[in-house]
Design a protein around this ligand. Structure first.
Ligand code: NAD
Ligand code: SER
Length: 316
């Protein structure tokens, strides 16, 4: 039986991924860890405080629980990264190298996410291919591109079984996003239900690749469950689900909240959004390990509103 360590388990993705991993592999076999306190949703299983920058502490935790798989999710995302570039670079790189070293020293499988932020202004914007110009202009994007190269290097030179996906913007209702450029696509739901208006920090026509959290969790578990020979890309796979702009998601929400108003007030995040693709070509993921999303824009909006309405009404 595998013993799984999730690092950064209290974040937007980690909360939902940890719950799913526990459902599939048994609560006692999935150790959640984070710098912050255990999130409410993952308090029912094993939790360890961990600063992944501390290699000795990481190695001790791996030995204590006889960890065989690591999902390493801790990172500083794009918007926060621009506000503290040196810190973002240090965290995103050193933490990954600590985890890849653990792979070299015996952990049998590692998952580490990359991002559409590896692309930049020179990248073809529509149906961005797996292999193309990559000129990221955020510290976050630079760290993800460097991380991809490190993953491939550890795989080729040391046989580390590391697997990775370039997520688009992730949308879920169980945990708040942690400082990215695509966070507006989560915030907008809370504001529609609670306040009836939203100040959007991106322009109405900023088309970006996005994905509902259930699809992201499914893709993550699918690539980790695939046979090693199926995983032909050892940097990181393009995956695609939905592309929409603030105006498009607003149009869908307003069908259910006819009085909902949106105001566009682009800030520094607009420049980041402008440097990213509109849509992604994920042919390799579809053919190598049979990736296919389940959520389109309408299904995602309905699911977000149904769940948030019941959470927020229960909380009242
Ligand atoms: P998040 O900011 O919500 O969560 C990150 C978690 O890592 C937080 O709980 C934080 O406390 C923890 N953490 C930070 N520093 C730590 C440290 N030193 N030691 C241990 N834990 C630490 O991020 P997220 O949105 O859940 O993203 C998870 C991963 O997915 C990241 O690698 C991110 O780059 C990637 N990703 C996310 C998105 C998205 O839209 N959310 C898109 C593309 C890629
Ligand atoms: N959603 C992430 C961000 O906006 C992309 O990696 O930073």
């Amino acid at each position: 039986m595998d013993k799984i360590l999730v690092i950064g388990a209290c974040g937007q993705l980690g909360t939902e991924l940890t719950l799913k991993l526990r459902e599939l592999f048994g609560t006692e076999n999935v150790i959640a860890s984070d710098l912050r306190e255990a999130a409410d949703l993952i308090k029912d299983g094993p939790f360890e405080s961990l600063d992944v920058m501390n290699k000795e502490a990481l190695d001790a935790l791996i030995a204590k629980h006889q960890i065989t798989q690591i999902y390493h999710l801790a990172a500083i995302l794009s918007a926060k990264g621009e506000q503290n570039p040196k810190f973002a670079w240090d965290l995103n790189m050193t933490s990954l190298l600590n985890v890849l070293e653990a792979g070299k020293n015996g952990v049998s499988k590692i998952y580490w996410p990359s991002s559409i932020a590896v692309f930049g202004p020179g990248t073809p914007k529509t149906k961005t291919p797996q292999n193309t110009v990559m000129d990221p202009n955020t510290v976050y994007g630079i760290s993800k591109l460097a991380g991809e190269r490190w993953c491939e290097w550890y795989h080729q030179k040391h046989g580390v079984d590391v697997r990775s996906i370039r997520y688009p913007g992730l949308i879920g209702y169980k945990a708040q996003p942690g400082g990215g450029t695509t966070d507006y696509a989560v915030d907008i739901f809370w504001k529609a239900i609670l306040e009836g208006n939203y100040d959007c920090f991106l322009k109405e026509d900023s088309l970006l690749p996005m994905m509902y959290m259930d699809d992201a969790v499914k893709a993550t578990i699918d690539i980790m469950q695939a046979d090693a020979q199926q995983v032909k890309v050892r940097s990181s796979y393009n995956v695609s689900a939905i592309s929409f702009s603030p105006a498009m998601i607003y149009d869908e929400i307003v069908k259910r909240y006819p009085d909902f108003k949106i105001n566009y007030a682009p800030d520094f995040r607009q420049q980041i959004a402008d440097s990213w693709p509109n849509s992604i070509d994920d042919t390799e993921a579809r053919s190598d390990w049979q990736w296919k999303p389940d959520f389109d824009l309408k299904k995602m909006v309905d699911t977000m509103l149904d769940n948030l309405e019941s959470i927020l009404v229960t909380a009242k």
